[in-house]
Design a protein around this ligand. Sequence first.
Ligand code: BTN
Length: 263
Amino acid sequence: MNTNLLSKHLVERKYLSEIIYFEELYSTNAYSKKVYNELDDNTIVITSYQTNGTGRFGRPWKTNRNENLTFSLIKHSALRIDEIHLMNFYTSYILYMALNEISAEYKGHDLYLKWPNDLLLNRKKIAGILLDVKDMNSEMKKFIIGIGLNVNQEMFPEDIISKATSMKNEFKCDFVIEEILINFIKLFYGNLQLLNQGEVLMNLWKSKSDVTGKKVKFKQLDDGREAEVIIIDIDNDGGLIVSDKSGKRFKFYSGEISILYDE
Ligand code: BTN
């Protein structure tokens, strides 16, 4: 990782206060959670290899050494408790914008946001976000925004090969990981006003997601129940509004959807 390049663009230009780099680390989120009291606002903890990366619902997030972007951004924010979901939607929207600039250059690729905060490129997952919040009950909350973006990895384990992809696999060339991070951070800090405009943000997010009206498999991960439902909308509070076969509506704040494609 070229930390000099990162510092030049992100610390010297005052986007970030600090970049903490580890060649190898168990998990940038777990580490940040442990030492969050010592980390300044606008710090990133980044590594070239996580030995114990985690995803949502405690699932592993395993990626190859030196080939991907795995980092956590520490962001303090005065969002209210009922607005916390906005940080999730904001982060995935900004990641979408960063990737879309690249995707547009290569043409003919489908990039979409998938509720609650995944990015799909050509129907496969290319990035995931794991958000932890500390000091939840104080006015100034400390967000640990963990991002995993598959950049130059070509081989994926058998169990996820049909569901996961990388920029290299789809765009057919190598990318400079540092450049992608620099662009993401600039977009993140350049659009922060959206966090104070919940409805605008949610509408923007929805405009980049193509699930409304689609039939999906919805899984509630606390009890493992699964059901086929139709997505009606995503509410401004981040909830997923679905209807079942009988037309009855439900709203979920947590869970996972798999889009049931026709072909
Ligand atoms: C998901 O889609 O389940 C979320 C994946 C989040 C992975 C990132 S990689 C950097 C940060 N550190 C972790 O251990 N997880 C997040």
